[in-house]
Design a protein around this ligand. Structure first.
Ligand code: THU
Length: 138
C-alpha cells in the first residue's frame, strides 16, 4: 500500500492544473503487479481536461492491461493534501468498465494515512457491460 501511495504522490508532481490549482496523482495496481501512474491534465478549453484516475486507467488499457486490484489517489490544492480525494463520477464509471465490485479505491493523505473503499460502495447499482452484453458479468 505504501509503495502505491508513494507513486501517486510522485505522479501528482506532474499535475498540469493551471486553472483549478487542484493537483491530483493516481497510481493503479494491475493484477500482474504493474503500476500505472496518472495526473490530471487541464486544458484552456476546459472540457478536454482529464482526471488523474482516468489518465492511469487509459495508460494501462492502451498497453494491454485490463485487470486491476486497487488505485491510490492523492489530491488537493496545497503542497500536501489535507483532505481525502475521491474519484469523480466519470472516473467511477471508467473503473466500473474494467473492475469488479471489490476493486479498492484508496484515498490517501500520506503513505500511512488513507481510507479504503470498494468500488461497489462508491458506485452502487452500476450501469455496466452486463446491461449491454450477454457475456458481460461486470
Ligand atoms: N480531478 C481529478 O484529477 N480527479 C478527481 O477525482 C477529481 C477531479 C481533477 C480534474 C481537474 O483538473 C481538477 O481536479 C479540478 O476539478
Amino acid at each position: 500500500m505504501e509503495e502505491l501511495i508513494r507513486k501517486a504522490l510522485e505522479a501528482r508532481k506532474y499535475s498540469y492544473s493551471p486553472y483549478s490549482g487542484f493537483q491530483v496523482g493516481a497510481a493503479l495496481l494491475a493484477a500482474d503487479g504493474r503500476i500505472f501512474t496518472g495526473c490530471n491534465i487541464e486544458n484552456a478549453a476546459f472540457t478536454p481536461t482529464i482526471c488523474a484516475e482516468r489518465t492511469a486507467f487509459f495508460k494501462a488499457v492502451s498497453e494491454g492491461c485490463t485487470d486491476f486490484v486497487r488505485i491510490a489517489i492523492v489530491g488537493g490544492r496545497k503542497e500536501m493534501p489535507d483532505d481525502y480525494a475521491y474519484p469523480c463520477g466519470v472516473c467511477r464509471q471508467v473503473m466500473a468498465e474494467f473492475c469488479e465490485d471489490d476493486f479498492e479505491i484508496v484515498s490517501a493523505l500520506s503513505e500511512n494515512d488513507y481510507k479504503v473503499h470498494l468500488l461497489k460502495e462508491l458506485l452502487p447499482e452500476r450501469f455496466g457491460k452486463g446491461n449491454l452484453l450477454e457475456t458481460g458479468k461486470k
